[in-house]
Design a binder for this molecule. Sequence first.
Ligand SMILES: [Zn+2]
Length: 109
Amino acid sequence: MIGAAGVQENLQLRREELLARANRARDDAAHRRQAVSPDFSEQAAERQNDDVLRGIETAAREEIAQIDSALDRLQRGEYGICVECGREIEAARLEAVPYADRCLAHAGT
Ligand SMILES: [Zn+2]
């Protein structure tokens, strides 16, 4: 069993990182919108940039939601238990995906 305190700290650190990234992407996109270039091809490039930034923000916020749910499970003593089969999630998997809520066999279901 992995130390719960260490896991919680890791998850919280990762969460802070992601939150900073999401907010930075959001601020960058907002800043760009204020300074829209009159040049059409520049505008297209800026829109593409906005899409990238939005993608970064969305991905970060989705991972934050998963981390929040993992922190919840940690509080309830259900961390590291597969929500599908109730077995312990493989240590290697938790190392790779600390907020995983499914074992390898049930990942992606
Ligand atoms: Zn499972």
